[in-house]
Structures are given as structure tokens and as C-alpha cells.
Design a protein around this ligand. Structure first.
Ligand code: NAP
Length: 283
């Protein structure tokens, strides 16, 4: 039976590390700060933002929320982002997605300065990831890497298969694995024989959004399986990997819920503190 990668436990460790970094910064006279911008009144977005604010409060990290009306002009939002980007007291900016349909997402994101883009969504940070420069990767793929590394199994030289190629999960996860010297294959909806790829994979990252699409008999025995999928089935949250069958074949597996999700939340805090440390010459 596979070892379970306990995301909740890992997230508590990250939380404690971040709480200590907040104290260190405050002792040095620096008040680390995350500004959260949300446009509109979508309940799911507000719920997501509220949980992030609680995470900040939990470690003593100052967070300020800016709630804008869904009907505002794009210019009002970009002006706010410009102001926050140039405010030296702000270290991280989180812009909650999705934006209202009348807005051009890429244009809006370009108003967040990359040093404060702690969610890793700007094109400049994507470029930094692609070219191996310092920046911020999106939080979910960073969490995926954290879970893989927690196993202690070296990544170098391993065959990794990432299923999904979105700009927020699949592609950056592939780049991060490549940076750690894995041999990376990216599968997607037009991949002809997913099973053939998975059977050669020492590391599997599932980022599809389709319940139980990856089953145990598709996996290589002993593989590390990280499931980023979040799907609702019969009122329950399940991943992209059929847990019961995969658990019998994999060497390590992250559950859903309790795997990638809790660590992703803590990565946002950690990135904000990194931004504050960098801005003050402490890294
Ligand atoms: P997305 O933008 O919809 O991308 C899904 C990807 O899966 C696409 O690249 C798509 O291929 C591929 N795909 C679809 N059907 C496939 C199939 N039958 N076989 C192989 N690949 C297939 O989704 P996303 O934003 O990356 O999110 C993926 C999952 O992660 C979702 O369940 C989401 O809720 C979850 N998620 C979790 C977290 C977290 O913190 N845990 C954060 C963000 C997202 P094409 O490119 O060809 O269409």
C-alpha cells in the first residue's frame, strides 16, 4: 500500500515556518503585508478570499482587502493595482480570479509588479519560470513540488508525467519538474494513449479536473502520485486519481482532500514573506 502524503501535516509545518518569518521581519521593523483585490460579489470567490485572510491572521501577517464593484471600468482596477505595485508598504498582491467578462485579464495582470505577484500569474513570472530566473511560480504547482520533495525521493533523472497543460497548474508544474532534472512528458485532452505514458512514469501529476480519470492499473508500481484535481461527485470532493485502486499500486500518493490544497494555501503566505524579505534585502 502506498505511503500517504499528508498535505495537512505539511501545511502545519509551513505555517509554523511562516509564523517565525513574520516575527523575524517584525523584529527588524518590517511589517509584511498582503493586499487582496476582489472584483464583484461571487460567493465562491469571497469564500476563497476569506479563507486566505484567515490564514494571514493566523500567522500575524497583515492583510488588506479591496472589494470593487463588478461594474467598474477596467481602468479603475488597473489604477489600484498600479498604486499597490508602487507602494513600498505592500509586499504581495493577490488578484482574485475570475475577473468580470468585460475585462482583459492579461492586460489587468500586467499592472501587478512581478516582485509582488505572489500568486505567480503575470506573464513576467511565467517567463522567469521558463528561463530559470528568480520569480514566483503559481502556488498550486509550487505545492505539488513541495509534496513530491516531502517523500525524500530524488527527482533528478526520474520520468515525470504531468496530465493537464493549463497555465496555472500543468505547464508550470512541468517547468518546475524540468528544473529539478526530471524527464518530463505533458499529457492533455488530445493525448492518444494516456495509460502508455503513465505506465512509464515514476512521478505522476494529475491536473485535469475530471473525477477518477487515472486508475491504479494505469500506474507504474511504486510511482509518486500527486493529485491536484478537485471534483465534486455525489456531494463529496474527489481528485482526478481513483484513490482506492491507485493506493494499491503507487509508492506515495496525495489524497483529495488533504493533499495539494492545504499546502497551496500556505505557499501564498510563504511567497508573500519571500517578497517582503527580498524587498528589504534580506534574501
Ligand atoms: P483546466 O484549465 O481546465 O485544464 C485541464 C487540463 O486537463 C487541460 O490541459 C486539458 O487538456 C486536460 N485534460 C482534459 N481532459 C483530459 C483527458 N481526458 N486526458 C488528459 N488530459 C485532459 O484546469 P486547471 O485549472 O489546470 O485545474 C485542473 C484541476 O486542478 C481542477 O480540478 C482544478 O479544480 C484543480 N486545481 C486545484 C488547485 C489546488 O490548489 N488543489 C488549484 C487550481 C486548480 P487541453 O489543454 O487539451 O484542453
Amino acid at each position: 500500500m502506498a505511503n500517504i502524503i499528508d498535505g495537512k501535516k505539511l501545511s502545519l509545518k509551513l505555517r509554523d515556518e511562516s509564523a517565525k518569518r513574520v516575527i523575524d521581519l517584525k523584529n527588524a521593523g518590517i511589517e509584511p503585508r498582503l493586499d487582496v483585490v476582489i472584483v464583484g460579489d461571487d460567493p465562491a470567490s469571497h469564500q476563497y478570499v476569506n479563507s486566505r485572510l484567515k490564514d494571514c491572521e493566523d500567522i500575524g501577517l497583515l492583510s488588506i482587502t479591496h472589494v470593487l464593484d463588478a461594474g467598474i471600468e477596467q481602468r479603475e482596477l488597473t489604477e489600484l493595482l498600479d498604486k499597490l505595485s508602487s507602494d513600498s508598504e505592500v509586499h504581495g498582491i493577490l488578484l482574485q480570479m475570475p475577473l468580470p467578462k468585460h475585462m482583459d485579464q492579461d492586460e489587468v495582470l500586467s499592472h501587478i509588479c512581478p516582485e509582488k505577484d505572489v500568486d505567480g500569474l503575470t506573464v513576467l513570472n511565467a517567463g522567469a519560470l521558463f528561463s530559470g530566473r528568480e520569480g514566483f511560480a503559481p502556488c498550486t504547482p509550487s505545492s505539488i513540488m513541495h509534496l513530491i520533495k516531502s517523500t525524500g525521493v530524488p527527482i533528478k533523472g526520474k520520468n515525470a508525467v504531468v496530465v493537464g497543460r493549463s497555465i496555472v497548474v500543468g505547464k508550470p508544474a512541468a517547468m518546475l519538474l524540468l528544473a529539478e532534472h526530471a524527464t518530463v512528458t505533458v499529457c492533455h485532452s488530445r493525448t492518444v494513449d494516456l495509460k502508455a505514458h503513465l505506465q512509464n512514469a515514476d512521478i505522476v501529476v494529475a491536473a485535469v479536473g475530471s473525477a477518477n480519470i487515472i486508475k491504479g492499473d494505469m500506474l507504474k508500481p511504486g510511482a509518486i502520485v500527486i493529485d491536484a484535481g478537485i471534483n465534486r461527485v455525489d456531494g463529496k470532493t474527489v481528485g482526478d486519481v481513483e484513490f482506492d485502486s491507485a493506493e494499491r499500486i503507487a509508492g506515495y500518493i496525495s489524497p483529495v482532500p488533504g493533499g495539494v490544497g492545504p499546502v497551496t494555501r500556505k505557499i501564498l503566505l510563504s511567497n508573500t514573506l519571500t517578497a517582503a524579505e527580498r524587498a528589504n534585502g534580506r534574501r
